[in-house]
Design a protein around this ligand. Structure first.
Ligand code: BGC
Length: 756
């Protein structure tokens, strides 16, 4: 029976201090506490499958878990650029979670991929906050619709694994708001997750789990988060400071001593009991939500085959065709013999290592799936290399023999789970030398060679792309990835995936390169807002493949871009036509730019939509850019502000393939910036009210020109006089100008007049 009729306030009000404190930590590794008849909630990983452990427990992905569908990890999900599809994945995950009694699935991870080396980039969506936020929100909506709660993680600025438990992400206010918090903000506001997980790292010196500004002022007070804040597993260093900061639940459980610390702190008067009550309230609310969901979704079972088919559909949609010179792809199912080379073709790598590791219900093997399409005799498979690089010469020679005898070679390259796992970062993004040597041996004898890439983080591709005509980016595709790769190779699925992260020419080109992974446990995010493509574009750096890039077996034309001002932003319509021979899907991307005013990246993604078109078909694709997404974070007002003026709207197929452009005027937000002694003379003089008062104050009649006023103030306007803060004028003029007290009065009068 559900406990929904319970009134939380009176329930919590009846609890003793000890009971309230004890609700703030877990009972066991994955379970919260039961109190006064309230059932506990089960919280488990996540995110791309349910890691339900009915035996031994761990958060490293070592102990076994019950089989569950291993969907593509976030890195691949993002490449679909399709929130509706991701919502369906969320629903399937919710059903699986409910089927094994998991109340909260620990995901999604919406941290920004700041640096290509972060070992956990496979668990995150993108380098772009809009794309990450949209994908994360869709995932949460789907999951929670099926009766399991989400835990949006890792809040916040957990962008590297190196020293993740000790290092501080030191980020200026504007990039913090516009880049690193933005995806979380979107998910919290739009999808109302049950929980948010506070990260291991520090933010600007303060541990995330103890960070009052982050957990209380921003998350709760500004964004209106109404769920529970749980710590990452083992992320709490100081329980009292964490409780004070806004942490509701410390996980994992089993630490009764720290509950007692909370009680003692209240008794000593160091912690207000009302704070502990509020935290307990959140724990009770979570337990009730879980209970309600359990009752609303009883006896859930999931259809293993159906979920596997969904995993294959999503994986197919996530694959990015990076390059296809001479239309080597798609292969024809009755078009001759195929040499498949590389261990990943027979032993698929489906996910990354660490806490997210799911035991799949089954695994599609690429070479088997290719045989299923092309026939058993058309496909010959050989290793080509071993992951440890051993026996290289013999394996290479064998691969070359195989390739020369075939009509086309498909070479699987990439990284192993050991190289890309939670807890460690990579030191480079280069494929092992023996893989490139293999590619040389194969391409020397077989010009029709396709490279299929298997990887969680970005790979240096320049050298690979220069060797082969066709490149297929398989990233990490989950348990059905082998089937999806075969689908795309043979054109059963026309690729429509788009990169969610830039592939640089060299690691050293990455905007974060100089400051990653920090020094003396402090990581200065020195590139500011210029993260990912925002930075490569700003520095005018060539890249191997830009953000948003991806090809198709058909072609698309863009025409008739229309933009119009809407009450809440900008409405955009663009017509896209399929001008090629096949059904296909195009991801229309809308980027915004503005000259002048605050510093900005050359372009920023503001909207996207994917559209499926038959050959010869065209559609008017409608998108909208909300005012919230036009705004920048103003560091003097500490709020979002829309700058007025002319904006450029670009419609394109990637961040560097902008096909159509239109200008539009956007009204400014009404913003009041009080004048201070630090306002310049120029700023005061350009403002009609302020200029008049200034002029009066220097005993000029109204209507004086700006230059006369400047002269009177003893400043040569033609030089830099107008840039002088008004508070410095007196000392610059040798005491001839307004005394300080008069200036203060004057500014007050100006501000009062502006207010009126
Ligand atoms: C990870 C989290 C995970 C938790 C529980 C931590 O090490 O950072 O993402 O949800 O363990 O396994």
């Amino acid at each position: 029976m559900s406990n929904t009729s319970i009134d939380i306030d009176s329930f919590v009000g009846a609890l003793s201090l000890e009971e309230k404190a004890s609700l703030g930590s877990g009972a066991a590794f994955w379970v919260t506490k039961q109190t006064a008849g309230l059932p506990a909630a089960v919280m488990e990983d996540g995110p791309h499958g349910v890691r339900h452990q009915s035996g031994d427990v761990d958060h490293m992905g070592i102990a076994p878990s019950d089989p569950a569908t291993c969907f593509p990890p976030a890195t691949a999900l993002a490449q679909t650029w399709d929130p509706e599809l991701i919502e369906r994945v969320g629903e399937a995950l919710g059903t699986e979670a409910r089927s094994c009694g998991t109340d909260v699935l620990l995901g999604p991870g919406v941290n920004i991929k700041r640096d290509p080396r972060c070992g956990r980039n496979f668990e995150y969506f993108s380098e772009d906050p809009l794309l990450s936020g949209r994908m994360g929100a869709a995932w949460v909506r789907g999951l929670q619709r099926r009766g399991a709660g989400a835990s949006v993680k890792h809040f916040a600025a957990n962008n590297q694994e190196y020293e993740r438990m000790r290092s501080s992400s030191d980020i200026d206010e504007r990039p913090l708001r516009e880049i690193y918090l933005r995806s979380f903000e979107h998910v919290v506001r739009e999808a109302r997750p049950w929980t948010v997980m506070a990260a291991y790292n520090r933010l600007n010196g303060v541990p995330a789990t103890e960070n009052h500004w982050l957990l209380t002022e921003v998350l709760r007070n500004e964004w209106g988060f109404d769920g529970l804040v749980v710590s990452d597993w083992g992320a709490v260093g100081d329980r009292i400071r964490a409780v004070r900061g806004g942490l509701d639940l410390q996980m994992p459980g089993g630490d009764a001593a720290s509950d007692q610390e909370v009680v003692d702190a209240v008794r000593r008067g160091e912690l207000a009991e009302s704070v502990v009550t509020e935290r307990a309230r959140r724990a009770v609310q979570l337990a009730l939500r879980a209970d309600e969901a359990r009752c609303a979704h009883p006896d859930v079972a999931f259809d293993v085959d159906r979920h596997h088919r969904l995993a294959r559909e999503v994986a197919g949609r996530a694959i990015v065709l990076l390059q296809n010179d001479g239309d080597v792809l798609p292969l024809s199912a009755d078009g001759g013999s195929i040499a498949v080379i590389g261990p990943f073709a027979v032993e698929p790598r489906i996910q990354g290592g660490g806490s997210s590791r799911v035991v799949p219900t089954r695994v599609d093997v690429a070479v088997d799936e290719m045989r299923a399409i092309a026939g058993p005799t058309a496909v010959t498979a050989t290793d080509g290399y071993r992951h440890d690089g051993g026996d290289a010469e013999r394996l290479r020679a064998e691969a070359a023999r195989c390739a020369v005898a075939a009509d086309v070679a498909i070479v699987f390259l990439g990284f192993t789970a050991r190289e890309e796992a939670e807890g460690t970062d990579r030191t480079d993004i280069d494929l092992p030398a023996h893989q490139l040597e293999l590619l040389d041996a194969v391409t020397a004898v077989q010009p029709r060679t396709v490279a299929v890439l298997v990887h969680g983080g970005v790979v240096r591709l320049h050298e690979v792309g220069a060797r082969v005509p066709a490149l297929l980016d398989g990233s990490l595709l989950g348990q059905a990835g082998g089937g999806a790769i075969a689908d795309v190779l043979f054109g059963r699925v026309n690729p429509s995936g788009r990169l969610a992260e830039t592939v640089p020419l060299r690691l050293e080109d990455a905007p974060s390169f100089p400051t990653y992974p920090g020094d003396q446990l402090r990581v200065r995010y020195g590139e500011g807002i210029f993260v990912g493509y925002r930075g490569y574009d700003r520095m005018k750096r060539d890249v191997a493949f830009p953000f948003g890039h991806g090809l198709s077996y058909t072609s698309f034309e863009y025409r008739d871009l229309q933009v119009s001002a809407a009450p809440d932003g900008i409405d955009v319509t663009v017509t896209v036509a399929n001008t090629g021979p096949r059904d296909g899907r195009e991801v229309v991307q809308i980027y915004l730019a503005k000259d002048g005013g605050v510093q900005r990246p050359p372009v920023e993604l503001k909207a996207f939509r994917s559209v499926r078109l038959a050959p010869g078909e065209s559609a008017a694709v409608q998108l909208s850019i909300s005012r919230d997404d036009i705004a920048y974070w103003d560091i003097s007002l500490h709020r979002w502000v829309v700058e007025g003026g002319a904006y450029t709207v670009h419609a394109g197929a990637s961040s560097r393939d902008l096909r159509l452009t239109k200008e539009i005027e956007v009204d400014a937000d009404a913003v009041r910036r009080p004048f201070t002694e630090n306002s310049t003379v120029g700023e005061l003089l350009t403002h009609p009210v302020a200029a008049r008062v200034i002029a009066e104050a220097v005993r000029l009649g109204t209507g004086q020109t700006r230059s006369t006023a400047s002269k009177e103030l003893g400043i040569d306007a033609e030089k830099s006089g107008l840039h002088i803060p008004v508070g410095r004028v007196r000392s610059l003029s040798g005491g001839a100008s307004l005394p300080k007290a008069d200036l203060t009065r004057l500014l007050e009068a100006v501000n009062a007049e502006l207010d009126s």
